[in-house]
Design a protein around this ligand. Structure first.
Ligand SMILES: [Fe+2]
Length: 154
């Protein structure tokens, strides 16, 4: 498919992002409860689906390969880590990489929505962006305050 205008590029980016959130829902449900907020991911996915629906675009049109690769790397890494403390530290490290990818993606689509003057979209995407940033802050606190020191001492 050839994309020839800005709006369609925006839609394609949204389709990529909704695929990312979908894959994360699956992955996070398998991750430790401490590091994940699956309900938040669910809400973010619904926001994206409602935006795509409004624009008459298929939310299943795309599979994000980068997220697929990140999830595979996470599973490989966790498979290598021995002991709960090390696994917890590795889990947070991986979760933060996924989180940063999401932050980049939401920042991008929110900017595109702004350029298109789609203020409702932009608002919703900003909400998700802020949640992702907060999740990252939570993970940093958890890692630095507790999980990494424990793993280091183990
Ligand atoms: Fe998310």
């Amino acid at each position: 498919m050839k994309i020839t205008n800005f709006k369609d590029m925006y839609i394609a980016e949204l389709q990529e992002l909704v695929s990312m959130e979908g894959q994360l829902t699956d992955e996070l449900s398998r991750m430790a409860a401490a590091a994940s907020h699956p309900e938040e991911t669910q809400v973010q996915r619904q926001r994206l689906e409602s935006i795509l629906q409004k624009h008459g675009a298929n939310p299943r049109a795309h599979t994000d390969q980068t997220m697929q690769a990140l999830v595979n790397e996470t599973e490989m890494m966790l498979g290598m880590l021995k002991g709960n403390d090390l696994r917890d530290a590795g889990l947070i490290a991986s979760a933060q990489k996924l989180e940063h990818y999401e932050i980049a993606a939401y920042g991008t689509v929110a900017a595109l929505a702004g350029q298109l003057d789609l203020r409702d979209d932009q608002q919703m995407l900003h909400e998700s962006l802020e949640e992702e940033k907060q999740a990252d802050v939570r993970l940093t606190k958890l890692a630095k305050g507790e999980v990494n020191p424990d793993a280091l001492a183990a």
